[in-house]
Structures are given as C-alpha cells and as structure tokens.
Design a protein around this ligand. Structure first.
Ligand SMILES: *[C@@H]1O[C@H](CO)[C@@H](O)[C@H](O)[C@H]1NC(C)=O
Ligand SMILES: *[C@@H]1O[C@H](CO)[C@@H](O)[C@H](O)[C@H]1NC(C)=O
Ligand SMILES: *[C@@H]1O[C@H](CO)[C@@H](O)[C@H](O)[C@H]1NC(C)=O
Ligand SMILES: *[C@@H]1O[C@H](CO)[C@@H](O)[C@H](O)[C@H]1NC(C)=O
Ligand SMILES: *[C@@H]1O[C@H](CO)[C@@H](O)[C@H](O)[C@H]1NC(C)=O
Length: 173
C-alpha cells in the first residue's frame, strides 16, 4: 500500500519535471514580444536607437508600445520621413487610444516608427531591422514552415496544461 503510493509519487514527480522542462523550453520556440524601451516604455528622452542596438529582432516577433496615451502616439513612417522626423503621410497609424499598441514584425523589410508629438528629434523614433539567421533553437523551427511551427506550439502547450492540471488533482486528492 505504502509502496505503491510512493511509486505513484515518484511517477508524479517525474511527470512534473517533464512538464516543467517543456514549459521552460517553450520561450525558445515561441515568438518574442518586445516591450519597446524596456522599463522606460515609449516616451520622450529615450534614445531608441541605443535600445534597439541591444535587441535582436526576428520575423514573427512583436513590438509592444506602452505609453501615456495623452502624451504620445505611434506611427510607422518610411525611411525618409523617419530621418527627417516627418509624421505626415504615415505608412500606418498604430495608435488605438489605449496607450498600449502592438506591432507584428511579420514582414522582413526594415520598419520605421516615430511619435508625431514632437519628441522624435530627441530620439523617440525606432528603426527595426530583422536579423535573418536565427540562433539554433529557432533555426530548427525556422527550417520547417511557420504553420507547422504554430502547430508544434499548440501541441506542446495544451497537453502540458492538461497534464499539469491532472497532476495537480492527483497531488491534492
Ligand atoms: C544594453 O545591454 C547591456 C547589457 O545588458 C546594458 O548594460 C546596457 O545598459 C544596455 N543598453 C541599453 C541602451 O539598453
Ligand atoms: C516617403 O514618403 C514621402 C511622402 O510622405 C515621399 O515623398 C518619399 O518619397 C517617401 N520615401 C521613400 C523612401 O519611400
Ligand atoms: C492615429 O489614429 C488615432 C486613433 O484613430 C487618431 O486619434 C490620431 O489622430 C491618428 N494620428 C495621426 C497622426 O493620424
Ligand atoms: C502583418 O500583421 C498585420 C497586423 O497584425 C496585418 O494587417 C498584415 O496583413 C500582416 N502582414 C503580413 C504580410 O502577414
Ligand atoms: C542616439 O544614439 C545614436 C547611437 O549612439 C546616436 O547616433 C544618435 O545621435 C542618438 N540620438 C539622439 C537624439 O541623441
């Protein structure tokens, strides 16, 4: 009786460790969401050229602009207008009004973003260049087509979530 129960515990521990490993591996296969500017967010007096120089962007990643909606906005412009801080005729206006805007890095060409509120000259503009060759964990995913990549993620996440729920139930009994 005690023995089979301790076997049960051992199996549970192994299963838990396995699931934890899966979850730890997930960030490596999933796209990354960059909070633009890190803790500073999207604001004036931050040099986003310096910030971007520290990041590696891959196709499929996301930019997340967090800012004071009363102070700023987020526009995509072309290279010329980025260089001259010209917010007229933007390529795209990502401003939704919540101060939380998401941009999908789903095209390979360079992207240029700026605020139209006058802070552009102070550095509040962002040039995103995607890195072509992913590091090994992502290279494996990139070799297969992206739909398979997405399928792989849901195959891992959903069963892992169910497995953990089941283990949790068996532990609490
Ligand atoms: C770039 O990263 C280094 C190392 O993490 C850090 O010391 C530095 O402050 C970062 N620079 C910017 C502009 O974020
Ligand atoms: C950028 O857009 C402006 C119009 O706003 C246009 O005059 C200019 O030629 C464009 N530059 C490029 C590189 O597409
Ligand atoms: C961008 O869109 C927002 C929300 O629709 C709007 O309030 C704002 O005026 C637009 N900005 C520009 C520069 O077009
Ligand atoms: C990129 O994402 C945007 C918004 O999510 C979408 O409107 C656009 O069609 C996408 N472009 C491509 C090439 O997938
Ligand atoms: C931001 O940093 C870059 C790289 O050091 C520099 O070339 C640029 O002049 C800076 N921009 C501002 C507005 O200070």
């Amino acid at each position: 009786m005690g023995r089979s129960s301790s076997n049960g515990r051992w199996a549970t521990a192994v299963a838990l460790a396995f699931c934890a490993t899966l979850l730890v591996m997930l960030p490596e296969v999933s796209a990354k969401r960059f909070i633009v500017g890190g803790n500073m967010g999207w604001t004036s007096n931050v040099n986003y050229t310096l910030w971007a120089g520290n990041q590696t962007f891959y196709l499929g990643d996301w930019l997340y602009f967090v800012y004071d909606r009363n102070q700023n906005d987020i526009l995509e412009v072309n290279k010329t207008n980025y260089e001259t801080c010209n917010a007229e005729h933007p390529v795209h206006n990502y401003t939704t009004g919540a101060g939380r805007d998401v941009v999908a890095l789903n095209v390979t060409h360079d992207r240029y973003f700026m605020s139209s509120k006058g802070s552009c000259y102070g550095g509040m503009k962002l040039h995103v260049h995607l890195t072509a060759l992913p590091p090994p964990p992502r290279a494996a995913a990139a070799k297969s087509d992206s739909s398979r990549f997405t399928a792989l993620r849901s195959q891992l996440v959903i069963p892992a979530a169910f497995a953990i729920a089941a283990i949790w139930d068996s532990l609490v009994f």
